[in-house]
Design a protein around this ligand. Structure first.
Ligand SMILES: O=C(O)CCC(=O)C(=O)O
Length: 260
C-alpha cells in the first residue's frame, strides 16, 4: 500500500478520485518525459491538420507506430511499476487490466475550450449512462509531465447522477455550454511528479493552459466488458513480456481478449 493515514480506496470510494503529491521523482519523470516527447513530436508531424484544427489529445502511445521496442518496454515497465500497481490495486484489487494510454496537451485551435463530460457519454445515451456509472469501473491515472493547471472534477459524481446545472452544462442544453464553470467543480492543480487517479465516468474536464502534457493510463475492472476498447498493437508481445518486471496488468488484458 501507498503510505497514507487514510486509505486511498476510501477516498476513491467516496469522492471518485485521489491525488498523491510528489509520487514520482525527477529521474522517473525525466525518463518518461523523453519517451513521451519523442512520441508527441512524431505524432504531431503525422497528424498536422488534426493537431492544428481540433486535437487536444492523442492515444495508443504504447503502440508500435511511433515508438521503438526499447522505448515501448520502458513505457510498459513504467505503466506496470510497483508504484502504479500499488495504486491500481488499492482501487481494483482483483486482476486489473490495461486498457490504453492517452496524452493530453493544449489545443492549438484557440476556439477549443476545456469541456465537462463523463467518458461514458460518448458510448451511451442518457438512460444507459445512468446505469453504467453504478456498474463499471474505468480508472484514469494522470501523470503530468510538466506543471499544469490540472483537472476540474465534480466529487462524488462517479456514484451519483448529475444535478440540473451539471446536466445542462455537460449536455449543452437550455442554452448552456460545456465549457461554463460548474458550482460543484473542484480544481486539482497538478505538478510534474504528482499522480491523480480518477473515475472516467465522473464529471470532469482537463484545464487547458501552461505547458500541459499529461500521460493518462487507463485501467479497467475485468468484471466489466471493455476488451473491445483495447488495441492489440498497444499490448506487449511475448518478447517484450519477458522484459517487463511485473507484466500482470498486460497479461490480464491478453487473457481477457483470448477468452472474449
Ligand atoms: O485533460 C483533458 O483535456 C481531458 C481529460 C479527460 O477528459 C480524461 O482524461 O478523460
Amino acid at each position: 500500500m501507498v503510505d497514507s493515514q487514510r486509505p486511498l480506496s476510501r477516498d476513491y470510494e467516496e469522492q471518485g478520485y485521489f491525488v498523491i503529491r510528489n509520487y514520482f521523482n525527477a529521474a522517473e519523470i525525466s525518463t518518461l518525459r523523453a519517451i513521451i516527447l519523442k512520441f508527441h513530436q512524431l505524432w504531431k508531424h503525422d497528424n498536422a491538420d488534426f493537431y492544428e484544427q481540433e486535437a487536444f489529445n492523442s492515444s495508443l502511445i504504447t503502440g508500435s507506430h511511433y515508438l521503438g521496442g526499447d522505448d515501448r518496454v520502458k513505457l510498459f515497465n513504467f505503466i506496470s511499476s510497483k508504484k502504479i500497481m500499488n495504486v491500481v490495486e488499492s482501487v481494483i484489487p482483483a486482476n486489473p487490466a490495461f486498457m490504453n494510454t492517452q496524452l493530453f496537451f493544449n489545443p492549438v485551435n484557440p476556439q477549443l475550450k476545456d469541456f465537462w463530460h463523463r467518458d461514458c457519454q460518448y458510448d451511451h445515451d442518457v438512460d444507459v449512462q445512468k446505469k453504467v456509472i453504478h456498474d463499471t469501473q474505468v480508472l484514469h491515472l494522470r501523470v503530468p509531465l510538466f506543471d499544469e493547471l490540472g483537472m476540474e472534477l465534480v466529487p462524488g459524481t462517479h456514484k451519483r447522477w448529475d444535478n440540473d446545472e451539471e446536466f445542462a452544462v455537460r449536455q449543452e442544453e437550455q442554452g448552456r455550454l460545456s465549457s461554463e464553470s460548474l458550482s460543484t467543480g473542484k480544481t486539482i492543480k497538478l505538478a510534474a511528479g504528482d499522480l491523480l487517479v480518477f473515475s472516467a465516468d465522473m464529471i470532469h474536464r482537463g484545464l487547458y493552459g501552461m505547458d500541459r502534457l499529461a500521460l493518462d493510463i487507463l485501467v479497467f475492472d475485468p468484471s466489466a466488458n471493455f476488451v473491445d476498447y483495447v488495441d492489440d498493437d498497444c499490448l506487449p508481445d511475448n518478447a517484450m513480456l519477458d522484459k517487463i518486471d511485473d507484466p500482470r496488468l498486460f497479461i490480464n488484458t491478453i487473457h481477457l481478449k483470448a477468452t472474449a
